[in-house]
Design a protein around this ligand. Structure first.
Ligand code: ATP
Length: 282
């Protein structure tokens, strides 16, 4: 199992471009004989919310782990700002049912923090009342917030959140995204998150990266949402700010996730060269 959300110190051997906290340069990963990431370029800057979207198995969690340094890429480079503090909220954790601990003890597992610091960080995520409650008894939505509090404990420069609204009801999802934006403002940190809540992503993110092994397209939602190319890639804007996600590819992925051209369209392309957005109709 992965360690719980925690502080991860950067390797200070390579430095990203000015302003970037973390960056991937042509990152690739092959595991178990399969290509999982291919030529990924991206960066997260302080104060920005960058959201990774993509279908199941697209490599989103793997990319987060590579950026965190938990997995080594088999190609390309990951650059982290020297001294970078990262707060990581994993997609899922296992809490041992037979080891009853309170939320306070659970939060304290990641380091020595005074009780008032633990109480304060829980209050920041709207869960001050849970401090002395057994962690096994909290709801799924409360657990997401507790994990977020845990990621915040050491005042990270970069928050990495793997599906922070997973298991949260629809009304609660909006609150989670608002909370993340408030925390970004309060801490001035960069946020990199994976999300499947596309309508909220489009409203809340500064930048969206669509991943399917490679970066299919990327852009700032507020700018590109009026762009016909964006509409073609991400679908039509729906009432009440909802965005219907449709992803038009000019290639497809086989059962192993490899890029394959549609029949009659020539040889398979490698990624989507040709634009800053890496826009692939395929
Ligand atoms: N160590 C590994 N060996 C082989 N394949 C792996 C390994 N780790 C991940 N994979 C595969 O890589 C692919 C990408 O997995 P990943 O968890 O990154 O996808 P994801 O985009 O986060 O998916 P989801 O949206 O379902 O959470 C999956 O097909 C997964 O089975």
């Amino acid at each position: 199992m992965f360690p719980l959300s925690r502080l991860i110190r950067s390797r200070d051997d390579a430095v990203p471009a000015r302003g970037a906290l973390v960056a991937a340069r042509q990152v690739g990963l092959v595991a178990g004989g399969r290509r999982i990431l291919d030529g990924v370029d991206m960066a997260v800057e302080a104060g920005r919310i960058v959201t990774l979207i993509g279908p199941n198995g697209a490599g989103k969690t793997t990319l987060l782990k590579v950026l965190l340094g938990l997995l080594s890429p088999t190609g390309g480079q990951v650059l982290r700002r020297p001294g970078l503090r990262i707060g990581y909220m994993p997609q899922r954790i296992q809490v041992d049912e037979i080891l009853p601990i309170t939320v306070r003890r659970f939060l304290g597992l990641g380091g020595r923090f005074p009780k008032d610091r633990l109480a304060r960080v829980l209050a920041e995520v709207g869960c001050a009342h849970l401090l002395e409650q057994p962690v096994q008894s909290v709801s799924g939505g409360e657990m997401q917030r507790i994990l977020l509090a845990r990621a915040l404990l050491r005042e990270p420069h970069l928050l990495v959140l793997d599906e922070p609204a997973q298991g949260v009801d629809v009304a609660g999802q909006g609150e989670v995204f608002q909370l993340i934006a408030r925390l970004r403002d309060r801490y001035g940190c960069g946020v990199l998150m994976v999300s499947h809540e596309l309508h909220l992503v489009m409203a809340a993110a500064d930048s969206v990266i669509c991943l399917n092994q490679h970066v299919c397209c990327t852009g700032q939602p507020d700018v590109v949402s009026r762009d016909p190319a964006y509409l073609k890639l991400f679908g039509k804007t729906m009432p009440a700010g909802m965005v219907l996600y449709t992803h038009h590819h000019d290639h497809r992925h086989d059962l192993h996730g490899d890029v394959v051209a549609f029949e009659g369209e020539g040889p398979p392309g490698r990624g989507c060269p040709g634009s800053e957005a890496h826009r692939h109709h395929g």
